[in-house]
Design a protein around this ligand. Structure first.
Ligand code: 5GP
Ligand code: ZN
Length: 114
């Protein structure tokens, strides 16, 4: 999608601070970090939200989580722990409508989230 911010990152039109990438996914630092490590893992292919996922996307969603694991390893937070979050819909706090898995770590986390 030409007007999608994260598509522009995926296709190189905008260059984010990349932590990890493969043919299918890209992981980059959040511009407004909520933890010492705050990385967003996105599919290169545009999908607006969880509500738009289909069975054909199953493998790709798995790759997002493997991307989160790779990020945690590179950031040294695999053992201390980290949180993965994917907001779906404005009511849940989704502001960018290209799915992204937040990877947050490097500090203690509270539960339940706000
Ligand atoms: P959401 O609120 O949709 O779950 O998460 C969107 C995230 O994208 C937010 O944490 C926000 O800080 C981040 N974000 C928004 N614009 C940019 C940007 O231009 N660059 C980067 N790296 N992150 C962004
Ligand atoms: Zn997009």
């Amino acid at each position: 999608m030409s007007d999608c911010l994260f598509c522009k990152m995926a296709n190189g039109e905008i260059t984010p601070d990349i932590v990890h990438e493969t043919d299918d996914i890209l992981a980059f630092r959040d511009i407004n970090p909520q933890a010492p490590t705050h990385v967003l893992v996105i599919p290169r292919r545009h999908i607006s939200s969880i509500n738009d996922l289909t069975e054909a996307d199953q493998e790709l969603v798995g790759k997002l989580y493997l991307g989160a694991k790779a990020v945690a390893g590179k950031e040294g937070i695999r053992e201390s722990g980290y949180r993965t979050v994917m907001n779906c819909g404005a009511g849940a706090g989704q502001t960018v409508f290209h799915i992204h898995l937040h990877v947050l770590g490097g500090r203690g986390m509270q539960w339940p989230p706000g």
